[in-house]
Design a protein around this ligand. Structure first.
Ligand code: PDD
Length: 291
């Protein structure tokens, strides 16, 4: 069955889908995006992702390409046409097409692309074994709260991690604080079982998974401290993990050369992972989401 992409109003076979060479997303990374996890026929935290997309666009003065309800219809149609039950839905909105010029015309029509990619269920080995992290300087801009498609520092960090055998890069600011991962939020658990993660603000993306974890941890009776933590604190943590829409709660068992605790995923991390999976299972199936 061919994959189908949505491109500016049309559903097109993925292999023929393309955008204009003067799309400002292509020329200037002038756009924003979202990745929505689709878990067994459920769009996880759909509305929060759409709210964040709206916020990113409004911070960039890019017009919304369509009303939220219409966007939800397109999302369902992309999922349906690709017969995706478990996978990732990618939504990208750019400022649109215009002759190359740094300044932009105010009346430009935004461009929107949506793709769906089925993926196998999340590998249990990653939960059982945990992953390695490489720390690296955070060289990004001062508006990391915007989910911009400009990801050069992120991709370079992730590539550097991969080349040293690590799974993810944790970005470190000038004060030695871990801000977040190249495509995830970063967490540690202290000896007192307190969860610690960088506060939201302009230094990090306010992860939708991060927010869900804060709520679930509260329900489970754990304390979450939203404060910066240093690389040294992370090395000495009782547990560590990363979170995002495609990895849920993934244990971290090594950071640089430091093995975290006994090198096995921590109990609290595993509990949160399981609780998050249950949260996904309890989410409404796609068809009943229209309201
Ligand atoms: N990335 N921080 C950064 C820099 C991210 O790129 C992401 C997500 C997150 C976690 O956000 P959420 O929990 O809403 O997925 C944090 C997506 C998955 C990506 O770029 O593929």
């Amino acid at each position: 069955m061919p994959r189908i992409a949505y491109v500016n109003g049309a559903y097109i076979p993925h292999r023929y889908a393309s955008v204009h060479i003067e799309d400002r997303g292509y020329q200037f990374s002038d756009g924003a995006y979202e990745v929505v996890n689709t878990y067994r026929g459920r769009l996880i935290d759909e509305l929060r992702h759409l709210q964040r997309l709206d916020r990113s666009l409004s911070e960039l003065s890019i017009a919304s390409p369509m009303a939220q309800q219409a966007m939800r219809l397109v999302m369902r149609e992309v999922v349906r046409r690709n017969r995706m039950t478990t996978g990732l839905l990618y939504i990208q909105v750019t400022r649109g097409v215009a002759p190359r010029d740094h300044k932009f015309p105010r009346s430009i029509k935004p461009a929107m692309v949506m793709t769906a990619r089925s993926i196998p269920e999340f590998p249990q080995e990653m939960v059982d074994d945990g992953v390695k992290i490489l720390t690296i300087a955070d060289i990004r801009w001062a508006r990391c709260d915007i989910k911009s498609v400009a990801l050069l520092p992120n991709i370079l960090a992730k590539q550097a991690a991969a080349e040293t055998g690590a799974y993810e890069a944790w970005l470190v600011d000038e004060c030695d604080y871990v801000t977040e991962g190249s495509s995830s939020n970063a967490w540690i658990v202290t000896v007192d079982n307190i969860l610690v993660t960088q506060p939201t603000g302009r230094r990090i993306l306010a992860g939708i998974t991060r927010q869900a974890i804060i709520s679930l941890a509260g329900e489970l009776g754990y304390t979450v401290e939203e404060r910066p933590f240093t690389v040294t604190e992370a090395y000495q943590a009782k547990e560590a993990f990363m979170s995002n829409s495609s990895h849920f709660v993934t244990p971290v068992t090594q950071i640089d050369d430091a093995v975290i605790a006994n090198g096995k995923p921590g109990n609290l991390t595993i509990e949160l992972h399981q609780r998050y999976v249950r949260f996904m299972e309890e989410s409404a199936p796609i068809d009943s989401l229209m309201g």
